[in-house]
Design a protein around this ligand. Structure first.
Ligand code: ADP
Ligand code: MG
Ligand code: MG
Length: 888
């Protein structure tokens, strides 16, 4: 198999393997694709990912095939550019760039200006007529090569540069003269030799293979592995290597480098967006060494910046760039994230990819692009990650709330967050682990901070632009971020000392609460009030499309009027689970509940239940009214009774007073109710079988409420759900009970209503016996929380201790309580669906576990043909979109 692919110049770009990013990586594939549509791409070649995997497997051996293919490819680049690699008079220089199939920004390595040595640097100076440029390029090369390939401490080189600048009294790198750089190169070489015990490599070919080796090996670095783990990227893909002729953004004031997005990645607005730097190279823009300039005049004016935009300073190159933006968007039919360089007025493209974006931007772009005729509705639906909607559904800062603004930085990633200041990633992780909300505050972030950024509720940096590491990562993982807040200075305190910082003129310390607003860049003291999100506009449009394309209905898990209303605003089409016990915990009712539980006779229980009946009826009435005729599944009492028992002495005394029963007696009764394993104990339908009067009261409350609401509003369709059924007989007994009560209530009120009686499938036996159970059930609702617990034999409340190691070891692909174990538990669901339908054609089927709001699990529900999923109110839109994606 061919493993080295040419791009640029007269190279053919039609090999299907070259177009396959699993072979050439995203960067390599897109470089070839840009070259194939005649965009200006410096020529080069891509070494396939399989060479990386082979190299790593064979313990660091390149193989003869690869060596000769690379030599041949290098000759092609030489011919295209008209320069020779290592030529002392006019050398070809190259970059060596990593590029995996899935982008891992900032994770892996790149070396620029490779091919420079003490001789070729003279050639470069002579050929370009610019000595300063040549020596600047050489020192950059040594710095990068030392860091990436030789694994030397980059701090040593940075320090040497700082000292040189200090000695000369310079502030910026741009003040360094040709001679200054020359002197520094000698110093760099001295440092390298001292650290290495041998001279810095002068042979260009040795340099090249060293860099290729380093890129291959960077696939297996710890930080790359962590990134892959966090982003669900497989470890066995390998990285491609791109070797590409250099173009130079550091050849004076007609040269520049920059990064750009074809649309605003924060808001989705159709406006070019990006940053650039004059007379600079490579990573200068993202590294935050100099503050980058705005790309467009509009942005610059908006920000009130005085350095010119690219549009103003280089109108021709900018116009060319704008033409390329439009071309690339049409070609890829998506927003592009582009890296470019201008060498003496000429534009060169170095990278393009589908740009990362915030949820808000994803939504706006998807809707806009349909309007522009770039994509169709289905593509738009598939473009938005359902989980990302979460970012939009949560509160933002209340504009009316008082704010104590301490400073302002760049609005790098939207959303608002409050939390305690932490000054490093490890602390962020530690505090977050014990349940604190934290804001990670750093001078700037680097790939080593990723774990802390994940743990933090928000990220604040003192340095770096809108495309800095902090900004890019924060947008990707949906954390609010304010970057480049230059009025922050962080004191370096030793271990054990208080760790402090100043924000503006304010002294603060680690642990103090602040609020950041990623939409405005404001940094505020303390916690600031928030408001609910806006659900109109693009959000509503996309949801409408999703609704048109989905088959499954989406219901909600709710039991309060407030939740019902929120869920309906989010588009819920009914209630999939109302847990009646939640109403029992209410302060005003708990004593009647306790009285009922602790009663020693049926008569005692009935007396207490009589007090609860009007309360429950009221609950159901408000639910039925809020849901206005939509189906409502109401589950009868499920938890073990002891959950409602008094705990403290004071609670026992209160109860004794209100019931007139002695404290001693109450305590004894409470002790009798103790269970060793309540999850598998006296709960669910077992309560209904042993204390039928409880379910009778609940059924009566439901039917009375339904009749009352039907009298003056929209008639509800109650779906009464019996929990924890394992056998047909249980359901037969309880169904009869419900039907009897319904008959009584209908006789009393003179009104009849449609209703259903069904069950949860949450025990393996129920799933296995679904055929028989369906004889008694109008519907099944898969209670996948309990079904997961009982199938895996894992208690959800105790799994914390081993779940993370289990996921890390690959025993579980994901937390089975978050994303359904499709392989295992899924089989029981599938089986129950089949057997249930076998008995009762058209039996209504839904899911009401936590999984009903998880996109992967929703995909499974679609596959097995459930009628609906039910999710918590805030997850309803996620479920609507995921259900649509599942049916496309
Ligand atoms: P990353 O994947 O971290 O973005 P890249 O391989 O894209 O790394 O390289 C980083 C930067 O180096 C690019 O954005 C570009 O500015 C610069 N660069 C890479 N190759 C070349 C080249 N051949 N000529 C000029 N600049 C280059
Ligand atoms: Mg890089
Ligand atoms: Mg790049």
């Amino acid at each position: 198999n061919k493993t080295v692919f040419h791009f640029g110049g007269d190279a053919p770009h039609d090999d299907p393997r070259q177009k396959d990013k699993t072979v050439t990586g995203g960067k390599g594939r897109n470089l070839a694709e840009m070259a194939s549509i005649s965009l200006p791409v410096p020529p080069g070649f891509t070494i396939a990912t399989e060479e990386c995997l082979r190299f790593l497997k064979e313990g660091g051996d390149f193989g003869d095939g690869l060596r000769s293919a690379v030599d041949e490819a290098l000759r092609h680049v030489e011919r295209t550019v008209g320069k020779r690699f290592g030529d002392a008079a006019d050398p070809l220089l190259v970059s060596v760039r990593s590029g995996a199939a899935i982008s891992m920004p900032g994770m892996m390595d790149t070396v620029l200006n490779l091919g420079l040595n003490d001789e070729t640097v003279q050639g470069l100076a002579a050929a370009s007529g610019d000595e300063r440029f040549a020596w600047d390029s050489y020192r950059r090369f040594i710095q990068m090569y030392a860091d990436v390939v030789l694994d030397l401490d980059h701090g040593l080189f940075e320090e040497a540069l700082e000292i040189a600048k200090e000695d000369a009294g310079y502030y910026n790198d741009t003040e360094m003269s040709a001679d200054d750089w020359k002197t520094l190169v000698a110093e760099f070489q001295r440092i390298a030799e001292q650290e290495l015990g041998r001279p810095f490599p002068q042979d260009p070919s040795e340099q090249l293979w060293g860099a290729i080796r380093a890129v291959f090996e960077s696939w297996d670095t710890e930080r790359a592995k962590v990134y892959r783990r966090l982003n669900d990227i497989p470890h066995d893909m390998g990285t491609a290597v791109n070797v590409q002729a250099m173009v130079f953004g550091n050849m004076g004031d007609t040269s520049a480098t920059g990064v750009a997005f074809t649309r605003d990645p924060s808001t989705g607005e159709r406006a070019y967006y990006g940053e650039w730097l004059v007379n600079a190279q490579g990573e200068d823009v993202v590294a935050g060494i100099r503050t980058p300039q705005y790309l467009t005049s509009a942005r610059r004016e908006e920000a009130g910046a005085d350095k010119p935009s690219m549009e103003e300073a280089m109108p021709e190159a900018f116009a060319e760039l704008a033409r390329v933006f439009d071309l690339l968007e049409r070609h890829y039919t998506d927003m592009q994230d582009i890296e470019f360089t201008v060498q003496q007025g000429k534009l060169w493209l170095l990278q393009t990819r589908n740009g990362k974006r915030t949820a808000k931007a994803a939504l706006k772009m998807a809707v806009d692009m349909v309007g522009e005729g770039l994509i169709d509705e289905k593509t738009a639906i598939l473009r938005v990650d359902p989980m990302a909607l979460d970012q939009l559904l949560h509160p933002t800062l209340d504009p009316q709330a008082p704010r104590d603004v301490m400073t302002k930085g760049l609005p790098a990633s939207p959303g608002a967050a409050s939390g305690k200041i932490v000054l490093d990633a490890d602390t962020a992780e530690k505090w977050a682990h014990r349940g604190e909300k934290v804001i990670l505050v750093r001078v700037e972030t680097s790939p080593e901070d990723i774990h802390g950024m994940h743990a933090a509720a928000g990220i604040l940096t003192a340095r770096g632009g809108m495309t800095s590491h902090a900004a890019v990562v924060a947008r990707g993982i949906g954390r609010p971020c304010v970057s480049g807040a230059s009025q922050i200075s962080i004191a370096r305190a030793g271990a054990g000392e208080d760790r402090t910082l100043t924000i503006g003129d304010r002294g603060l310390r680690e642990g103090d609460t602040i609020t950041i607003d990623g939409a405005t860049g404001e940094v505020m003291a303390g916690e600031v009030a928030t408001i609910e999100p806006e659900l109109a506009g693009d959000f509503a449009t996309l949801m409408e499309w999703a609704d048109r394309h989905r088959r499954m209905k989406v219901r909600t898990n709710a039991e309060t009027e407030e939740d019902c209303k929120a869920a309906r605003r989010f588009g819920a089409e009914g209630i999939g689970l109302a847990r009646t016990e939640h109403m029992f915990f209410d302060a005003s009712r708990i004593s009647a509940v306790r009285e009922m539980i602790l009663a020693e006779s049926e008569a005692g229980r009935r007396a207490a239940l009589d007090k609860l009946l009007p309360e429950q009826r009221g609950d159901f009435e408000s639910i039925f009214r809020a849901m206005a005729g939509l189906p409502c599944t109401i589950r009868l009492l499920d938890p073990p009774l002891h959950e409602f028992l008094p705990h403290s002495d004071a609670e026992f005394e209160d109860l004794a007073e209100s019931t007139g029963i002695a404290v001693e007696k109450l305590r004894r009764r409470a002790a009798e109710l103790h269970e060793f394993n309540p999850m598998l104990g006296h709960r669910g339908c077992r309560l209904g079988i042993t204390y039928p009067e409880i379910y009778e009261m609940q059924a009566r409350a439901i039917f009375e409420a339904a009749c009352n609401v039907a009298a003056d509003g929209e008639a509800p369709v109650p779906e009464i759900m019996i929990p924890l059924i394992a056998t047909r007989r249980e359901l037969e007994i309880l169904r009869a009970l419900v039907e009897r009560v319904a008959g009584e209530v209908f006789a009393e009120t003179g009104r009849t209503l449609d209703y259903l009686v069904g069950t949860m499938i949450e025990l393996p036996r129920a799933a296995l016996m679904a055929g028989e159970i369906a004889e008694e059930a109008d519907f099944f609702s898969f209670g996948t929380n309990d079904l997961t617990q009982t199938t895996l034999g894992v208690s959800r409340d105790d799994a914390g201790r081993f779940l993370t190691p289990y996921v890390d070891c690959g025993i579980f692909a994901r937390d089975p309580f978050v994303s359904l174990d499709i392989e295992g538990v899924g089989q029981l669901v599938e089986l129950a669906v089949e057997r249930g339908r076998g008995t009762r054609d058209g039996i209504k089927l839904g899911i009401c576990g936590e999984h009903g709001g998880d996109p992967a699990s929703i995909g499974f529900c679609e596959k097995v043909g459930l009628d609906y999923v039910s999710a918590s109110p805030y997850r309803v839109p996620i479920a609507r979109l995921a259900a649509a994606q599942a049916s496309l």
